[in-house]
Design a protein around this ligand. Structure first.
Ligand code: NAD
Ligand code: IPM
Ligand code: MN
Length: 361
């Protein structure tokens, strides 16, 4: 049986990091004698330039016909002044919505050899092991109206924070389930002191807590959560939160690990293919320079193999190879000190592939 993987490189550093991730995938398939069928699709700015739309129908169909999707990143200054329907990000949002990828999992753990790369003190990093469960298909990102319009005072603008109770319950339930299989602590992050949506979110969490007596539920306001992530990151096990808060908090949490180039993600639906991507963007400032860190994408591949294909050994081998390469002191630019020599994107890819072999039995 062939395992179909759609690869959507996207823009900026997207093609550079996905190229290395695909070579890694092919190496894993060879070592473990797995069949994979990789097909490429266009999304984002490149799709706008070549097809006139950020999510061409052919790409959506390719994704629907696949078992899993690997995405690089979308966006860049070239398209920043475009109207919404011609923005790269709109393509990614439409893909998430079309495939009902409501659950975005962003695990945060620190490789001990990277402690020096983190801006936090070493003692704060010990025991950091959390997963941010971000709602991905609702909230401010998708609510309507979402527009500019002429009002009595001139230009008016509106974004709408809309959620159904069912959408909140679905993601909160996943948070409880994940906590149940981890350290049984769920932190629900909201802004219930201001937002009505957050008050319903909190009530829903309270109601579900009755079904999960083994899980300790803590509510935390999002501004405090942003502070606590820096003050004492190891207090968190599972964080569950709405779309926009999860977006912002996960970039912050990424830095705990040393670089945003380290954080992977999985976006899952109730059925159908999962989407795997690093949490970072297209990094226009370093695009085309062969210096982006590909490890967040490699770790996303590991999440894909574990989650979509149940290839646990293969996923473990990728993670152990990365750990080994980092422990040997190899770094891309983002992880190294100024003036220190470092690896290119392609060199890091080669190092990780070399390190795989020792773990394959
Ligand atoms: P960004 O994540 O692209 O970059 C922020 C900073 O982190 C930059 O200095 C960049 O060089 C650095 N960085 C990011 N990834 C890196 C990596 N793998 N290795 C080394 N350094 C890395 O965020 P931004 O600059 O705010 O956004 C740039 C574009 O990316 C925007 O168009 C934005 O919409 C888009 N974006 C896309 C996604 C996605 O496709 N999922 C996510 C976030 C941002
Ligand atoms: C992310 C990105 C996206 C988001 C953008 C590109 C739409 O920042 O995946 O974190 O805000 O969800
Ligand atoms: Mn983001």
């Amino acid at each position: 049986m062939s395992n179909r993987i759609a690869v959507l490189p996207g823009d900026g550093i997207g093609p550079e990091i996905t190229k290395e991730a695909v070579v890694l995938l092919e190496e894993i398939a060879r070592l473990f004698e797995r069949n994979i069928d990789i097909r490429y699709g266009k999304i984002g700015g490149i799709a706008i330039d070549e097809e006139g739309t950020p999510l061409p129908e052919a790409t959506l169909q390719l994704c629907r016909d696949s078992d899993a999707i690997l995405l690089g990143a979308v966006g860049g200054p070239k398209w920043d002044k475009q109207p919404a329907h011609l923005r790269p990000e709109t393509g990614l949002l439409a893909l998430r919505k079309s495939l009902q990828l409501y659950a975005n999992l962003r695990p945060v753990s620190v490789f001990s050899s990277l402690a020096d790369a983190s801006p936090l003190k070493r003692e704060l990093l010990r025991d950091v092991d959390m997963v941010i469960v971000r709602e991905l298909t609702g909230g401010l990102y998708f609510g309507t109206p979402k527009e500019r319009r002429e009002g009595e005072q001139g230009l008016e603008v509106v974004d709408t924070l809309y959620y159904t109770e069912a959408e909140m319950e679905r993601i909160l339930r996943l948070g409880f389930e994940m906590a149940r299989h981890r350290r049984r602590h769920l932190t629900s992050v909201d802004k219930a002191n201001v937002l009505e949506s957050s008050r319903v979110w909190r009530e829903t969490a309270e109601r579900l807590a009755g079904e999960y007596p083994d899980v300790t539920l803590t509510h935390m306001l999002v501004d405090n959560a942003a502070m606590q992530l820096i003050k004492n990151p190891s207090q968190f096990d599972v964080i569950v939160t709405e779309n926009m808060f999860g977006d912002i908090l996960s970039d912050e949490a990424a830095m705990i690990t040393g670089s945003i180039g380290m954080l992977p993600s999985a976006s899952l639906s109730e059925s159908g293919p999962g989407l795997y991507e690093p949490i970072h963007g297209s990094a226009p400032d370093i695009a085309g320079q062969n210096r982006a860190n590909p490890l967040a994408t490699f770790l996303s591949v590991a999440m894909m193999l574990r989650q979509s294909f149940q290839w646990t050994r293969e996923a473990d081998v990728i993670e152990r190879a990365i750990e080994t390469v980092l422990a040997e002191g190899w770094r891309t630019r983002d992880l190294s000190k100024p003036g220190e020599s470092c690896l290119t994107t392609a060199e890091m890819g080669a190092k990780v592939r070399e390190a795989l072999v020792q773990y394959v039995k």
